[in-house]
Design a protein around this ligand. Structure first.
Ligand SMILES: Cc1cc2nc3c(=O)[nH]c(=O)nc-3n(C[C@H](O)[C@H](O)[C@H](O)COP(=O)(O)O)c2cc1C
Ligand code: SF4
Ligand code: SF4
Length: 423
């Protein structure tokens, strides 16, 4: 049976599944129930200076798929709206009652050394295992000079991280904003400031939809709205790429990463770990489906690890990093061709339309006796773009088959078709 326990930047947890700093972790009642359900740790909802911020009503909106499936989630909430004292009391009690779970406290204070100096000893006194610096909140707090307003300025990231290392002995995780051109820059700044780890991503600036009757974006506050922070399944590809960027960067190599963004099941979690995450954090999936999802995550990950012969998370964490490279190093001689399984094909014609209208006209539509249609790939025309496979509604009906070209690896820097090739 696989061992799911982790030691992430000195923070121990029975499993890598942590709840991200957000409503699921904003009070003892929630966190205790999360721990009962099996979560390995939590990042407590971000604490700030008193008086606590005041939230508006309403606060959330969504980007829906078919059948009202929530693909993306958007919020305009601020950090905790409860007092610092109450939060610190509850954190102390919960950590005392659940000593084996990771308790990380998220913090967002003004860009003044005195503020951090004042609060850090209070946080450390709770018995928490680590702190996470929220340099990512994209709405409300930046207007007050905090959150993403800090995360977008590497000098501030480094400076505040340094203060935290100076006034606190706990591991410091710097939570990064995705609302930036190159996420490696603030990650390097965090490391320069002494960060023990980074976590990412926080939410992405977003407007999910417009009420065309009232002519206002959602979520609606009276007759107005504002941009929010996007999260949930839709942001997973963006988060995975940003995690990979940091994991691949020689300047931050080995810096522990807590992966966040659209994680909803064990497979999502394993993917983040394969790209270098040592723990994962979940918010939207827990908000939509409840704390019990952690059971499927733990069981699924454990089963998969057993199947693959991985005994612990570190056995596969980061294994996909070296296989993620720059385009110029991809093998120009590798070739795949689409193959249609005629027994599985339901003759819907979607692959044909996609390839005919927007790809390489490599699928033939043959009309047989009694008007029965049949679709066949013209192997000599197919460039192996995957579009037909992506469009096909039947799983495993179209497969992309690697071809034996007899040619060895050659990347673009070596390719004679490249005028700047190094030969
Ligand atoms: C309603 C809501 C409130 C949030 N509040 C915070 C917060 O206080 N501090 C913070 O660091 N991140 C906050 N987040 C961001 C999440 O911690 C997380 O980074 C983001 O939602 C991406 O993860 P997900 O796709 O699993 O939701 C919040 C997210 C939501 C949806
Ligand atoms: S892989 Fe691309 S080019 Fe080949 S048949 Fe499919 S859509 Fe056409
Ligand atoms: S999209 Fe798939 S199921 Fe539809 S015709 Fe093409 S191969 Fe057959």
């Amino acid at each position: 049976m696989a061992d799911l326990s982790i030691n992430f930047a000195g923070i121990k947890a029975p499993n890598p599944f942590w709840l991200a700093s957000a409503p699921p972790t904003d009070k003892a009642y929630n966190v205790v129930r999360a721990f009962e359900a099996g979560w390995g740790g939590v990042v407590w909802k971000t604490l700030g200076e008193d008086p606590a911020p005041v939230n508006v009503s309403s606060r959330y909106s969504a980007h829906y798929g078919k059948n009202r499936e929530v693909i993306g989630f958007n919020n305009i909430e601020l950090i905790t709206d409860r007092s610092l004292e109450l939060n610190l009391q509850e954190i102390t009690q919960v950590k005392k009652d659940w000593p084996d779970r990771a308790m990380i406290v998220s913090l967002m204070f003004p860009c003044e050394e005195e503020s951090w100096k004042r609060v850090l000893p209070l946080v450390e006194a709770t018995g928490a295992d680590g702190i996470e610096l929220n340099f990512g909140c994209p709405h409300g707090m930046p207007e007050r000079g905090m959150g993403a307003a800090v995360g977008q300025v590497p000098e501030y990231v480094e400076m505040i991280t340094r203060w935290c290392k100076k006034y606190c002995s706990l591991p410091v995780i710097v939570k990064l904003t995705p609302n930036i051109t190159d996420v490696r820059i603030p990650a390097r700044a965090a490391l320069a400031g002494g960060a023990d780890a980074v976590s990412l991503i926080n939410t992405i600036n977003s407007i999910t939809s417009i009420d065309l009757d009232q002519m206002v974006a959602r979520p609606i506050v009276g007759t107005q709205s504002t941009h929010g922070g996007y999260c949930g399944s839709a942001v997973k590809p963006i988060a995975l790429n940003m995690v990979a960027e940091i994991a691949r960067d020689p300047a931050t190599q080995g810096l522990p990463i807590s992966g966040i963004g659209g994680i909803g099941n064990w497979r999502d979690a394993a993917e983040f770990m394969a790209l270098g995450a040592g723990s994962v954090q979940v918010c939207t999936a827990a908000m939509l489906h409840g704390f019990r999802i952690v059971k499927e995550m733990s069981d699924g990950l454990s089963r998969w690890m057993d199947e693959k012969g991985y005994e612990r998370i570190s056995d596969f964490s980061g294994k996909a990093v070296t296989n993620t490279t720059d385009w110029k190093y991809l093998d120009m001689n590798y070739q795949v061709i689409a193959e249609i399984d005629q027994d599985k094909c339901i003759r819907c014609g979607r692959c044909y339309i996609a390839c005919e209208d927007t790809s390489h006209q490599s699928i033939s539509q043959l009309i047989g006796a009694e008007g029965v249609r049949r679709y066949e790939v013209k192997a000599e025309e197919c460039v192996g773009c995957n579009l037909c496979q992506i469009t096909c509604p039947v799983e495993q009906c179209i497969t992309m088959v690697p071809q034996a070209t007899g040619k060895s690896y050659m990347n673009w820097t070596q390719d004679p078709r490249n005028p700047r090739a190094v030969t």
